[in-house]
Design a protein around this ligand. Structure first.
Ligand code: 5GP
Length: 200
């Protein structure tokens, strides 16, 4: 990534990266945030993934659902700001729309896992990293096993990853605890559109 892309010293809008273990409620918090942010200019990144759609997920809205070949082509062509493998599937953030939003003064929000968050941190040090954390480990296990859309081996794998993700808390600028969806969404929104905490 070039200095121009990293935007050092430019007055661009803030890039916020939201991460948090699977099952912590990122989708619910983001849905509440979208409602709260209706009046505000805010860009929500739509990732590409090789994971099959879950019931109710719409291509181009929740994700761009692509096959592995297409994903690898996008990697080779440098189309991703970051990309990672998570629980056997590939996920990546299309670079151009994010950079365009920031350049036009629109704050942007990525909801991605830990390896991706680290890549964004390395490429764009001015990005704000926010972790969404569960009120307790037991709460997270309950939410993850209760979803019922994934097979037990996948749930087990996601719990393992969740342990690692929570252990990385100190790498994040902010931690928002999801005890209550609306409160967490309001906290997150103020971080996404709020004044910079550290200065470029
Ligand atoms: P899910 O399959 O449950 O939608 O997402 C699995 C994990 O992939 C979640 O932790 C989610 O934040 C992460 N994820 C979604 N999109 C991206 C992306 O573009 N890049 C990375 N690195 N992770 C992503």
């Amino acid at each position: 990534m070039s200095d121009t892309e990293a935007g050092a010293g430019s007055p661009r809008a803030r890039l916020t990266v939201l991460s948090g273990p699977s099952g912590v409620g990122k989708s619910s918090v983001l849905a509440a945030l979208r409602v709260m942010a209706q009046e505000q200019q805010l860009y929500f990144s739509v990732s590409a993934t090789t994971r099959p759609p879950r019931p109710g997920e719409v291509d181009g809205v929740h994700y761009h659902f692509v096959d592995r070949e297409k994903f690898q082509r996008m990697v080779a062509e440098g189309e991703f700001l970051e990309h990672a493998e998570f629980a056997g599937n590939h996920y990546g953030t299309p670079r151009t729309p994010v950079l365009q939003a920031l350049a036009s003064g629109t704050p942007a929000l990525l909801e991605i896992e830990l390896q991706g968050a680290r890549q964004v941190r390395a490429a764009m040090p001015e990005a704000q990293l926010v972790m969404l954390a569960p009120p307790s480990w037991e709460d997270l296990v309950g939410r993850l096993t209760g979803r019922g859309t994934e097979d037990p081996a996948i749930v087990e794998r996601r719990l393992e990853i969740a342990r690692e993700e929570l252990a990385a808390e100190k790498e994040f600028d902010e931690v928002v605890v999801n005890s209550d969806v609306k409160t967490a969404a309001a906290d997150l929104l103020s971080l996404v559109v709020g004044p910079r905490i550290s200065g470029v």
